[in-house]
Write a protein that binds this ligand. Structure first.
Ligand code: FAD
Length: 457
């Protein structure tokens, strides 16, 4: 094997660090999920060599880019783990506006490079998520509501197939593999060494309005948001949050979860921002707010800092989500308790607008609805595992009557299995998998039951 990077075999010194040190979630499997070896390739040829080695030795392959999947999809039992940590190069072409971005590149590296060129690509909201896992599952980036799924901006991929061949895939060449890479997520059956991404001109201003309410108003506010969000300007990203906000210690009542409306406008002038944010200037329940901050200028640096504060490193996490559908009355009634009664002070619940729903291009990603709901439980002490895991399990189960499916990005199929692509696309995906990886070299989805994959059970 002509492999120039590092390899850690199971009993090597450094193996355990290589297995977990780049994994965001500290709630890690204890007595299982040990790959035979961890390969850290230096270059594309190393990736080819690693895949060939696995193929010749009948070892399954798992892949890691940024290590941010909540369920730690990169760490699987036996086989090899290919950790793409050295693949962080970004190469931008001024003529086409296309950036060639390697899979372990994080948003905090990509965004400033593009901003310096007056360009934008919607990476994850959290600056430390890498494009690898993010794009494969669809990618809900900044302003997904009107800009769409970040995977829609993939114009090509360089990918090492299960037989070790490095190929390019796009809409004309190996189009089926290109189709699968935009939505298969951790069930993708190839190793991507580079994404070719179409960037767009960046907006000049980010403006926001943030309004904080007592949690007792979560239900009517969620109802109002659902009634109005489809009418907002396309420049608006809108979230509703149930969260405890420690920086507001002196404001009475905010040491428990409060309900926050945060609207962010991506615009070319301040006037455009003020106009887009107008619906948040006056509305029925506004006078009951604890605190309002309106039409203020912000930027990625500030927004990334807020994300880092809400998503601290070094913690244990349980996360789940659902695509919701139903009348505003019904949806708000069912979900409101999970915004107000969180299991601890760091946990938060998110309502994220995708309305009005845009039609999707033909790609594997195919299940969404106007409301994205996710809940994030974070804690430090292992002794709290059972309490927090049970809370999230129950909360997501309670949403069953209004659940259309789930988004791979915030899912853990070991706990909840839901539909994430349409039935038709699921069939097609199986066919493409059989064609490119008939031996099943790449690990399939980490789940409770393979027979129940892509079902709302
Ligand atoms: C704090 C935080 C914030 C987040 N915010 C967002 C958000 O705003 N929007 C959103 O959509 N998601 C978000 N996520 C979810 C995140 O996008 C997914 O967990 C994603 O899978 C992480 O990608 P990664 O490369 O960092 O993770 P990894 O765990 O390294 O990768 C996940 C899986 O993707 C596959 N994969 C990765 N790279 C490759 C490759 N090169 N070739 C083949 N397969 C590959 C592998 O199966 C791998 O196991 C967030 C996660 C965290 C922890």
């Amino acid at each position: 094997m002509n492999f120039r990077g590092q390899i850690f075999w199971k009993n090597d010194e450094g193996y355990e660090e290589a297995r977990f040190s780049r994994v965001f979630n500290h709630r890690r499997p204890k007595s299982e999920r040990y790959p035979e070896a961890i390969f850290i390739p230096e270059n594309e040829n190393d990736v080819v060599e690693a895949v060939k080695y696995a193929n010749e030795n009948n070892l399954k392959i798992a892949v890691r880019a940024g290590g941010h999947s909540w369920a730690i999809w990169s760490v699987r039992e036996s086989g090899i783990l290919v950790d793409m940590q050295k693949f962080t190069n970004v190469d931008y072409d001024e003529k086409t506006g296309i950036a060639k971005v390697q899979p372990a590149t994080r948003n905090l590296e990509l965004q400033p490079i593009l901003e310096a060129k007056g360009r934008f690509f919607a990476g994850g909201h959290c600056p430390t998520v890498a494009v690898g896992g993010f794009l494969l599952q669809g990618g809900q980036g900044w302003l997904a509501r009107s800009r769409g799924w970040s995977a829609e901006q993939i114009v090509g991929i360089d990918v090492v197939k299960a037989n070790g061949e490095l190929i390019h895939a796009n809409k004309d060449q190996n189009a089926d593999l290109y189709w699968a890479a935009r939505g298969a997520g951790p069930g993708f059956f190839g190793l991507i060494t580079c994404f070719h991404l179409q960037t767009s001109p960046s907006k000049k201003y980010m403006m926001a309005s943030t309004i904080l309410f007592p949690n007792t108003l979560a239900q009517p506010l969620l109802k109002w948001l659902q009634e109005m969000h489809g009418t907002l300007a396309p420049s608006i990203e809108l979230v509703g949050l149930g969260q405890t906000v420690p920086t507001l210690e002196n404001v009475e009542g905010t040491d428990i979860p409060i309900f926050i409306i945060h609207a962010l406008a991506f615009v070319d002038s301040e006037e455009e921002g003020i106009e887009a944010l107008k619906p948040f200037e006056s509305f029925d329940l506004k006078e009951k707010a604890y605190f309002t901050r309106e039409n203020y200028l912000t930027n990625f640096e500030e927004q990334f800092a807020l994300q880092m504060e809400a998503n601290p490193e070094g913690h244990r996490w349980a996360v789940s989500n659902a695509w919701l559908e139903g009348t505003p009355e019904k949806v708000s009634e069912i979900i409101a308790p999970s915004f107000a009664n969180l299991p601890n002070k760091q946990a938060f619940t998110l309502w994220y607008s995708m309305a009005p729903l845009r039609p999707l291009p033909d790609m594997a990603f195919s299940v969404q609805s106007e409301i994205y709901y996710a809940t994030y439980v974070v804690w430090k002490d292992e002794a709290d595992d059972a309490h927090n895991n049970n809370w999230i399990k129950q909360t997501i189960s309670d949403l069953a009557p209004i659940t259309k499916g789930q988004y791979l990005g915030d899912s853990d199929f070991q706990v909840h299995q839901r539909k994430f692509v349409s039935d038709e696309n699921w069939q097609k995906l199986q066919g493409i998998r059989a064609k490119y990886d008939h031996k099943g070299l790449f690990h399939n989805y980490l789940c409770k039951s393979e027979a129940d994959l892509n079902k709302n059970i």
